[in-house]
Design a protein around this ligand. Structure first.
Ligand code: PLP
Ligand code: COI
Length: 355
């Protein structure tokens, strides 16, 4: 593997003093990792350099046709002051899968992980220390050809930037209110819904801001064909506890295969909970919430961790789950998952990687 070049910064930024005031994704550390792809050289020139704006051609293919793909992961500080990652190889593997769908090139996953570890070695003082905080990691891959033909790019840039964060939702662990979208759709099967393509997020933005204006934190998407089956939330997968079983929509190509989703399923099974990955209609959700058969609902994601849902609104009707309070199962899964992520508990799954 090519050696990583390190270019030192002449001055460093001031680190956030008040960790309780951290806003998700707003401040960035001193350095970034980059590597480039060309058809002649493959992935090359891995470099750690001062965080700085990119210079791109106005005809850059990413800007015009959206060959842009990202990942989201976190670095956690453990009790001994060490640095931990959670299933990082899975994020890079998912990026390669997404890259294939977007007609980009597969990532050099080994070089990406080596780059991330080297970057964290330099930036570890940026990992906040307060409970619930972490250093959010944003790997991104974008096309670099300057060309207006609708064709896959021949050149790419991969970069990793880092941002110290606290909870993703301003509510923290307080249950969020979710708006079930019945007009717009995010993704259809056969499309790119299962990738972390930038395009999926712009597809969700209008509905997201309309929901926010109505007082909801996020949108719950329904399937694109019938507007009937539950898909996922804007930045997290969704789980319901119905009749004591943990139920979540299956992976059929239109939703992201969340790494937290997969971890929650494995954790729940290890705790002896029954887990069902099956289609769930919005009618079932409302009926089960109204009858009390649904005792809990929560989202899962890297940024969101486990986020309880207190209310759903659909077609002008609102229903509360568990009286709008966080449930026992969500709390227990949150505790177990974060204990592994922060290295506070034994990790029989081998998910937590100490640097
Ligand atoms: N679904 C969407 C649309 C997301 O953006 C995310 C966040 O990454 C997730 C689900 C959760 O995925 P993961 O658990 O891998 O972070
Ligand atoms: C993540 O959880 O890492 C995400 O990517 C969510 C993001 C869109 C804020």
């Amino acid at each position: 593997m090519e050696k990583i070049k390190i270019i030192r910064a002449t001055a460093l930024k001031e680190k956030p003093k008040d960790e309780s005031a951290l806003v998700f994704g707003k401040s960035f550390t001193d350095y970034m990792f980059t590597m480039e792809f060309s058809s002649a050289k493959g992935w090359h020139s891995p470099t750690i350099k001062p965080y700085a704006p990119l210079s791109i051609d106005p005809a850059n293919l990413t800007l015009h046709y959206g060959q842009s793909l990202f990942e989201g992961m976190k670095a956690y500080r453990d009790a001994e002051g060490g640095v931990r990652l959670f299933r990082p190889a899975d994020n890079f593997a998912r990026m390669s899968i997404g890259a294939q769908r977007l007609a980009m090139v597969p990532l050099d996953e080994e070089m990406a992980l080596a780059g991330l570890k080297a970057l964290l070695e330099i930036e570890k003082d940026w990992i906040p220390r307060s409970p619930g905080t972490s250093l959010y990691i944003r790997p991104t891959m974008m096309a670099m050809d300057a060309f207006l033909g609708v064709h896959a790019s021949d050149s790419y840039l991969f970069f990793i930037i880092l941002s110290p964060v606290a909870a993703y939702y301003k509510e923290g662990l307080k249950p969020v209110k979710i708006y079930v979208e019945d007009e717009y759709v995010r993704a259809a099967r056969g499309g790119i819904g299962y990738t972390k393509a930038a395009a999926n997020y712009v597809a969700s933005m209008l509905a997201g801001s309309q929901a926010e204006k109505r007082g909801y934190s996020q949108v719950l998407w329904l399937d694109a064909v019938e507007r009937k089956y539950i898909e996922e939330v804007g930045a997290m997968n969704i789980f319901f506890v119905i009749g004591g079983k943990l139920v979540t929509p299956p992976l059929r190509g239109s939703i992201l295969a969340g790494i937290t989703r997969n971890s929650v399923i494995q954790l729940a099974k290890a705790k002896g909970l029954e887990v069902e990955e099956r289609p769930i209609s919005i009618d079932e959700v409302f009926e089960a919430a109204q009858s009390g058969a649904m005792s809990e609902a929560f989202g899962s994601g890297t940024a969101a961790v486990i986020s309880p849902v207190g209310h759903f609104s659909w077609k002008g009707e609102e229903v509360a789950v568990n009286g709008g309070k966080m449930g026992k199962i969500a709390q227990d899964l949150y505790d177990s998952l974060t204990a592994i992520q922060y290295g506070r508990a034994a990790d029989p799954f081998g998910w937590s990687i100490k640097l």
